[in-house]
Ligand binder design. Structure first.
Ligand SMILES: [Zn+2]
Ligand SMILES: [Zn+2]
Length: 182
């Protein structure tokens, strides 16, 4: 029986592909990706405990830094007790929505809990990082902002169109209120 037999084989959402399952970094094409086949049973046990409730998939990958952290943790793991502070992440200052680094980004956005954009952004955030979500990159914020505006406009046009018995053209919906404010 393989150590991976208990790992889910369901397909991974497209937005999570090529992203480190631990720190969520979108692993650059010229950087190595490590599959779970390279991890020992102990490393997978530790990984699982760190990323709950995120599920492992047979397509899950790790960045070099995170697999090294898991290796260190496994080496010092005795009788189910780990002296290292966990979870630990190989990369910090990651946009949890797209996996890009925001360490040197000139503009990032705070994702406040009272903003409707947060619900859009959360669709792409691994579950174990939701409580750590504070900022996203400008591109992710803009995309979420535009979707919120579009949804609001569609609700408005639907009620307006029903009242006036007309249908607004789709292109008008797309462009209307598509400007950006803070
Ligand atoms: Zn990582
Ligand atoms: Zn982003």
């Amino acid at each position: 029986m393989s150590m991976l037999d208990s790992v889910q084989v369901q397909p991974m959402p497209v937005v999570m592909r090529n992203r480190c399952v631990n720190c969520s970094l979108l692993i650059p094409r010229n950087h190595p990706q490590h599959s779970l086949q390279q991890a020992s049973t102990t490393m997978i046990t530790i990984l699982r405990s760190c990323i709950t409730p995120t599920e492992l998939s047979s397509e899950s990958v790790l960045c070099t830094e995170c697999i090294a952290i898991l290796q260190d943790a496994a080496n010092t793991f005795i009788d189910g007790v780990n002296p290292l502070p966990l979870p630990a992440f190989g990369h910090r200052s990651i946009c949890f929505s797209c996996g890009l680094s925001i360490l040197r980004a000139s503009r990032t956005h705070a994702v406040r809990s009272d903003r409707p954009e947060r619900n859009i952004i959360l669709r792409k955030v691994p579950l174990h990082l939701v409580s750590r979500l504070e900022r996203v990159c400008n591109a992710c914020w803009l995309a979420a902002y535009r979707e919120v505006r579009r949804q609001n406009q569609q609700v408005w046009f639907l009620s307006w169109g029903r009242y006036n018995d007309i249908t607004a053209p789709a292109s008008y919906l797309d462009n209307y209120f598509d400007e950006y404010d803070e």
